[in-house]
Write a protein that binds this ligand. Structure first.
Ligand code: AMP
Ligand code: GLY
Length: 442
């Protein structure tokens, strides 16, 4: 198989590396990739959000499969154009990608499919925003309806800040979703879909805020780990049948959503990223995304033992079948994102990076690139999130320690990272109680 991976970030670097481990994959190329990806495979220049350019590149390269990494090409209809050129694509159509591109659309699908999520109001004026904020009360959750790279959401106790964010989104031309606050730990579960059949991956947890202890603004994600031992005993009972966490998400969230999308004539092919909160009333959807989470997938793919190429090809061509399970290596993976100075507001670019080779020389450490570029025969920062340093180990403690040992070797001016990735899990401080069987079903 010859596979093209589309996108410029850490997620795409992780996908490229996992594909290179698959014996059925002869060639992997990336477009546009980044400086780290270019050290592993050939990178092709392309405007990743221009459907015709990507389709032309895919046809010229005679690829057997195109894997679309980020959300922007999906929302722009790149998957449709490549499919129209007769090439299998892992990634949803423009219509199906609305599950991520429009929070209001996602809420409409969840309502139609009876998927448990936060109650929400879609508003288009400042006065409606004020009414909605009054109705839900603090903490306030205000979301830009459109794509905003994880930065369109404000969760705050401060009513003025909530109103100001809503008005800023409206002024920017977006509509706004205001919703009920969901308490409880968050989990990302990626479910591979072929339009009909589903294969869940291993749950992961992501750290969205820029600073330790979940302080500061939301980012694309500052670190992650997998698997989640604290989910082991979690069950919910529906219709008298107790189910574990992954079964709950597949049965109550992913399957009804994928069925609703198929019913509407817009089948979902690709990965349905279920962003979930485990509340006192049970599992609720925080958001859907239409692609793998970054930086969760860097950790998840480090443990995947099933060959990735065949899995994504079968999803792209409607051949996942039923009862398919993934194999995982024993142990744990954790990653720590290193970000540029001033991320997420206005990241500074062009700072020289040192120490990557030293970090990679450590046992159980891999360095995946996101915002890097070649400069003066070395590497320099070229984006907000610059690197994800992944540690693997027999215990979560070992995986986390290895990731941080790698981070300690790497430097540039203004580099920042969180120091508490997986700390609560390691301290045994995440204990979601299972909801009572007779508790509310919604
Ligand atoms: P989203 O882009 O919808 O995933 O939101 C980004 C982040 O904001 C989520 O990962 C949560 O940490 C937080 N968030 C979003 N919606 C809610 C909610 N209803 N209640 C609590 N936190 C939320
Ligand atoms: N890590 C969160 C995201 O990819 O949206």
């Amino acid at each position: 198989m010859k596979i093209l991976v589309l996108g410029p970030g850490g997620r795409e670097h992780a996908i490229v590396r996992a594909l290179l481990r698959d014996p059925a994959v002869e060639t992997v190329e990336a477009a546009p990739g980044n400086a780290g990806i270019a050290r592993d495979v050939t990178c092709r220049p392309v405007d990743a959000t221009d459907p015709e350019s990507v389709a032309a590149l895919a046809a010229a390269g005679a690829y057997d499969l195109v894997v679309i990494g980020p959300e922007a090409p999906l929302a722009a209809g790149v998957a449709d154009a490549v499919r129209a050129a007769g090439i299998p694509v892992f990634g949803p159509s423009q219509d199906a990608a609305q599950l991520e591109a429009s929070k209001a659309f996602a809420k409409e699908i969840m309502a139609a499919a009876a998927v448990p999520t936060a109650e929400a109001i879609h508003i288009t004026t400042a006065a409606e925003a004020a009414d909605a904020l009054n109705r839900f009360g603090p903490p306030y959750v205000v979301k830009d309806d459109g794509l905003a790279a994880g930065k369109g959401v404000v969760v705050t106790e401060n009513r003025d800040e909530a109103q100001t964010h809503a008005e800023a989104c409206l002024t920017g031309g977006s509509t706004v979703v205001i919703e009920e606050f969901l308490d409880g730990p968050e989990v990302s579960l990626f479910v591979i879909c072929d339009g009909q059949n589903l294969v869940p991956m291993s749950p992961a947890q992501d750290f969205k805020r820029i600073y330790d202890d979940d302080a500061g603004p939301n980012t694309g994600g500052m670190g992650a780990y997998t698997p989640l031992d604290w989910l082991e005993g979690y069950t919910e009972t529906h219709g008298g049948v107790p189910r574990n966490f992954t079964e709950i998400v597949v049965d109550r969230v992913a399957r009804p959503t994928v069925e609703e999308m198929a019913r509407r004539g817009t089948p979902f092919v690709g990965v349905l990223y279920c962003g979930l909160a485990i509340t006192s009333r049970g599992v609720r959807v925080v958001e859907f995304n239409a692609r793998f989470g970054d930086p969760e997938i860097q950790a998840v793919l480090e443990r995947l033992a099933t060959p990735l190429g065949a899995l994504l090809f079968d999803a792209a061509t409607g051949q996942l079948g039923t009862g398919r399970h993934l194999r995982w290596s024993d142990g744990y993976a954790a990653d720590v994102v290193m970000a540029a100075e001033n991320y997420p507001e206005a990241p500074r670019k062009g700072d020289a990076i040192t120490g990557i080779a030293d970090a990679e020389a450590l046992d159980g450490v891999a360095v995946l690139h996101a915002g890097t570029a070649e400069k003066d025969e070395g590497l320099a920062t070229a984006g907000g999130r610059v690197l994800a340093v992944v540690g693997t180990g027999g215990t979560l403690r070992e995986a986390v320690d290895r990731a941080y040992a790698g981070v300690d070797r790497i430097e540039w001016s203004g580099a920042q990272h969180r120091t508490d990735i997986a700390a609560k899990a390691l301290a045994g401080q995440i204990n979601p109680g299972s909801p009572a069987p007779e508790g509310p079903q919604q």
